[in-house]
Each structure stands twice: as C-alpha cells, then as structure tokens.
Write a protein that binds this ligand. Sequence first.
Ligand code: APR
Length: 172
Amino acid sequence: MNNIFIVQGDITKAQVDAIVNAANPQMLGGGGVDGAIHRAAGPALLEECRKVKAVNGIRCPTGEARITAAGHLPAKYVIHTVGPVYHQVPNPKELLQSAYLSSLHLALKNHCRSIAFPAISCGVYGYPHREAAEVALAVCSREEFKQLEIYICLADQQMFTIWLDAENSVHR
Ligand code: APR
C-alpha cells in the first residue's frame, strides 16, 4: 500500500486536493472534525453545503458522499461523507466501507490526485477504532485507487498507533 500514508495531525491543514469530512446527513456542520473543518473553511463552506439538494432535510444519506468547494482551506474540495452510528445500524461495516468507497470514487470523478481522510465514525459515532481502521485500509488499498495519494489523518497519538498496527496486520 505505497500510496497510503498514515499521519498524525490536523486534517484542516492537509495540503491535498480533497479533504474528507465526517459529516452528518443534514450536512450543516457539527462538532468533532466536522466542526474543525467548518471553522477552518469559514462560512463559505456552510453556504456550499446549503446548495446541496436536501430531501426531507437529508443532504447525504449514511454511506454516501457529496463534494463541495473548500472555502479558506488549502484543499480544493471537501468531500462530505456520513459514516454509520455504530450501535444504531445492523450493518455498520458495509456502511463504513461505503462511506470510504463513495468518497474515493467522488475524488477520482473530480480528478483529485490526493485525498485526506479522518477516522470516519470513530468519534461520537462510536465505531471501534481497530475495526474501523481495518475496514478503511482494506477499501483504500484496492487496485482502483492506486493512482491516488491517500492520507489517513489521525488527531491523536493513540489513534495513530492503532492505525499503524492495523496497516501492519493487513500487510502480514
Ligand atoms: N483532524 C483530524 N481528525 C480529527 C480532527 C481534526 N482536526 N478533529 C477531530 N478528529 C477526529 C476525532 O478524534 C475522531 O477520531 O476525527 C475522528 C472522527 O470523529 P467525529 O468528528 O466525532 O466524527 P464521527 O464519529 O464520524 O461523528 C460524526 O459528529 O461532529 C459530528 O456533525 C458530525 O454528526 C456528525 C458526527
């Protein structure tokens, strides 16, 4: 997986074509990385999100992704994806896979050469960290994404270590 880079840091500073936001279905901001991205991008990002068509208030169903401009962020795009709330769905693994897949396909469709992910669903959505890392790395290492530089951007040392271990076990 020589196109996948596990790093520790603040995703809002990532110098990539697209950063992925761990959003909610309404796509109107929130806490966690969603809040950090909106703060760093400025109000223009919320305006971009409001342009995304909503059906019954839902702009992005769980497992799907939407792309917007990125306001003041160094990235060109923000790809908003919604991961599963781990204890609320019968199929969290499939929905987490889908969130990563939808984001990667949207990045390719928009000619991105690099993308940065946070640990989707690993905060308030409660996904067990090691399992999430294995799901994410298995999707990101698919042949179809080999041309993409994929950064997994972890906020803290503990998560960084969990993901490095997961990558090593996938390699073994
Ligand atoms: N850079 C990188 N990672 C970050 C940053 C940051 N600046 N800030 C937080 N994180 C990490 C968290 O530590 C966690 O590991 O992002 C991971 C995802 O956590 P959440 O942001 O809580 O996302 P998630 O679990 O998917 O829950 C999404 O939370 O903020 C709301 O609106 C959002 O309703 C949605 C829900």
